[in-house]
Design a protein. Structure first.
Length: 92
């Protein structure tokens, strides 16, 4: 990612698209487990908040290599978390 701003916008966009997909699948499905859907939306919003907050304060502000490594790890962790959520959404 080129900047924190773009990273935050990407996280926000993907989270909103996942929530939209959850509700769309809910509308198209005949059987709906409302508790499961609510839990998925809460999980997505919690992940959104967690990763947005992690972008605000990187470790090692004085060393650019540490900052770069921090954001690479943050982005990789975020991708892993989103993949888990997507697998759960596909199970609805």
């Amino acid at each position: 990612m080129a900047s924190r701003r773009k990273l935050k916008k990407t996280i926000q966009f993907v989270s909103s698209e996942l929530i939209t997909d959850i509700y769309f699948r809910c509308l198209m499905s005949k059987k709906v487990d409302e508790q499961k859907i609510d839990n998925l939306v809460i999980d997505v919003m919690a992940l959104n908040r967690e990763y947005i907050l992690r972008t605000i304060r990187p470790d090692g502000k004085q060393n650019p290599k540490l900052v770069k490594a921090y954001f690479r790890k943050l982005f990789a962790d975020w991708q892993t978390a989103m993949e888990k959520v997507i697998k759960e959404i596909e199970g609805i």
